[in-house]
Design a protein around this ligand. Structure first.
Ligand code: AHR
Length: 683
């Protein structure tokens, strides 16, 4: 068995504490004589470096991306135009007529047409029959973030079906007061659909700009896929991703990215489920779809929330590759969201769904000569993406799931036995459906069930109290993926939830439990990932952003500490029990080995309000001559504290480097903190 529990507030020290009075500073906070330090009963963390523990999955700590809170369009997907192809339920949503002559009404000036469309997936387009210098304006996703001095690429499909047509489009960016901050013109129309484009350079930084397209000349013109991207996207790709938001993911160093959801995979109805095949190929051929978070919450309606799929499966795979994370796509298993319509694909039709999963694996991993591999190659990536994981269903529960899962698992394992399949255990970590899921999955042939996805959204206390949840899991059964979790400061999906320090530290405590059990818990990811501050539906989230900036929450930094200090092997350790007088008794630790760098990594979560010292036993004969310890501390004195756009690093890690004195060092851990010690060992 792995490490036993650690619950004793207040200290962790290395073997043989000689004199407490000579405690060296090794932790994140100097011992300044804080009277709250418990000096009498110092706990001991005994580490067993003599026998190597189990290997830790190199993909252990990952990310869960779902298009919720405007995470894709309006967020990660850098397109600035909302409803660029007029496919929203209200086809002119986001667009307004500007500078119209008095008397010309909106409908006659701007018409939505469907005859001879751009292509069969993009059936609507705009026919503008306008007078000189009239035009239209797009409001963006709660405005457009525009940066001074930066370039923006405008592009649209256009068609001049009549002789009389404007000679050019005058394209402008305007600030909140309507003043022009960038201007350029696009021309060269033909009688068939063709692309016209221009490049604008902004004279001002504006967080809620708009795009204006004016028609220079009278007549009519058809337009579709009116698009504006910043030139500086992630890796400067056209149709690219927002660089600051991808950078935040790269900075985590995640092991995997689970995508595209979440309930969005299921859809409110089967007809609105996520279908990956409709998200690849030229962007103008990707069929738009309502986002299931559009009307999910009465208290947070988002009638303008749709999916353009500009961020589609190719872009997800490419981003995973860019940031060195394994892709973990999730496919619909023939079940619409069980919180909504609960629609089921009959078992007689399940093969269609299964085939989508098989084709997805070929799209990711097949040779460029295979049917689906060729589509990947045509998009610019002839080499396979080497995908290892696939999720079958998101958050499914009940007896309808298991036969559907089994059909997928049999087909996938028959064709791709090396692919690890992620199975669902439903939305709750401990209700009758959860128990049923484990029972049913354990009852299936072993080779069909690799890893079970557990979800948990709960109050911080749940996370503090469940650090030993996995100590008792069956080591011979399927492995665990803690695929969605987040501490909720008020309650599940309550809009008042905040990314408080208390939530973050409770998650850190829980993660020590996952890490100590990393022989059975093979993967984990916080949820959800992103939220636009003006357009969110769900809180809390790991990264918040507006149109120009983004900030990482304390929860993000907890994730980062675990991702960047993953280690390769578990090190068994035991934290001694002490008589505890104070409640709650919240001290937690886990220990792993970084084999390449010959470092013992000790993570300590101190959920108490006491500065703590700990003695570490069992390491002194392994310490390197350099006795070098790097210490990273994430700390706050206020459980309610949060980061914000105004103060993005209010709670963020600090690094120090310290030297261990002698063979019996003491580690100091500041109150209410997450501390990571990296201790150099002899080679
Ligand atoms: O993370 C938000 C939602 O919570 C996910 O879409 C779903 O899987 C869970 O219920």
């Amino acid at each position: 068995m792995l490490i036993s529990r650690i619950h004793m507030p207040y200290t962790v020290l290395f073997v043989g504490v000689a004199t407490i009075a000579a405690i060296p500073f090794v932790g994140g906070v100097r011992d300044t004589g804080d009277t709250r330090v418990r000096r009498s009963a110092m706990p001991t963390l005994t580490v067993d470096l003599t026998s190597p523990g189990p290997k830790i999955n190199s993909d252990m700590w990952g990310i869960f991306f779902e298009d919720i809170n405007f995470a894709a369009d309006g967020g990660l997907h850098a397109e600035l135009i909302k409803n660029r192809s007029f496919e929203f339920d209200n086809p002119l949503m986001g667009w307004t007529l500007v500078q119209s002559d008095p008397g010309s009404d909106f409908k006659t000036a701007l018409q939505i047409k469907t005859d001879s469309p751009l292509n069969i997936s993009n059936t609507r387009y705009l026919r503008a029959s306008l007078h000189h210098m009239a035009g239209l304006e797009n409001e963006g996703f709660r405005g457009m973030g525009i940066k001074k001095g930066e370039a923006y690429n405008f592009r649209t499909f256009a068609r001049a079906t009549t002789k009389a047509h404007p000679k050019a489009l005058i394209v402008e960016l305007v600030n909140e007061s309507g003043a022009v901050i960038a201007s350029a013109s696009a021309k060269g129309f033909s009688k068939d659909w063709s692309v016209v484009s221009c490049r604008l350079t902004a004279k001002e930084t504006v967080s809620k700009a708009k795009l204006r397209v004016l028609f220079d000349g009278r007549g009519s013109l058809d337009l579709d896929m009116i698009s504006l991207y910043p030139e500086k996207t992630w890796k400067n790709r056209p149709n690219g991703l927002r660089a600051d938001l991808v950078q935040k993911l790269a900075n985590l160093k995640p092991g995997f990215v689970r995508f595209p959801g979440g309930c969005i995979v299921e859809g409110r109805y089967l007809s609105t489920r996520y279908q990956w095949k409709k998200t690849i190929g030229p962007p103008e051929e990707r069929e738009n779809l309502i986002n299931r978070w559009n009307n999910e919450f009465g208290h947070k309606p988002a009638p303008d929330y749709f999916q353009s799929f500009g961020l589609g499966f190719f872009e997800y795979f490419q981003m995973c590759e860019d940031i060195g994370a394994q892709p973990l796509p999730v496919v619909n298993c023939g079940m619409a969201c069980q919180f909504n319509s609960k629609q089921l694909a009959p078992m007689s039709e399940i093969d269609t769904y299964v085939q989508d999963a098989l084709d997805l694996i070929e799209f990711a991993n097949g040779s460029a000569e295979s049917e689906w591999g060729a589509k990947r190659a045509a998009m610019g990536h002839p080499a396979p993406f080497s995908m290892k994981y696939i999720g079958v269903g998101n958050e499914q529960w009940g007896m309808d799931y298991f036969p559907r899962y089994e059909a997928f698992a049999k087909a996938i394992k028959a064709k791709y036995p090396q692919v690890t399949i992620v199975t669902s255990a439903g939305p709750s970590p401990d209700n009758p459906d959860f128990t049923l899921a484990w029972k049913m999955l354990k009852g299936m042939p072993k080779k069909l069930v690799d890893i079970v996805d557990e979800h948990c959204y709960a109050l911080p206390d749940w996370f503090f109290d469940n650090t030993h949840r996995y100590d008792k899991y069956d080591r011979s059964g399927p492995k665990v993926f803690m695929g969605e979790y987040a501490a909720q400061s008020v309650g599940i999906a309550k809009p008042e939830n905040q990314n408080t320090w208390l939530c973050a530290i409770s998650e850190a405590a829980f993660l020590t439990g996952l890490e100590r059990n990393s022989d059975v818990v093979r993967m984990a990811s916080y949820a959800p990932l992103y939220a636009h501050v003006d357009a969110w539906q769900w809180s809390p989230n790991m990264i918040w952003f507006d149109n120009l900036h983004s900030y990482a929450t304390p929860n993000y930094y907890v994730q980062q500490l675990f991702m960047r200090n993953r280690g390769d092997r578990l090190v068994h350790s035991v934290l001694s029990e002490l008589p505890v007088s104070d409640k709650p008794n919240r001290l937690y630790a886990s220990t792993v080995l970084d084999e390449k760098n010959h470092e013992l990594i000790v993570k300590v979560v101190n959920g108490t309000e006491q500065l703590t010292t700990m003695s570490l036993r069992g390491v002194n004969t392994f310490l390197s001559d350099k006795d070098s310890v790097s210490v990273t501390v994430l700390q706050s004195g206020n459980n309610s504290a949060v980061n914000s756009l105004a103060d993005p690093t209010h709670i963020s890690p600090t690094n120090t480097s310290e030297t261990l004195n002698g063979s019996d060092p003491i580690l100091t851990v500041t109150s209410s903190s997450v501390t990571v010690f990296r201790i150099r060992l002899r080679q």
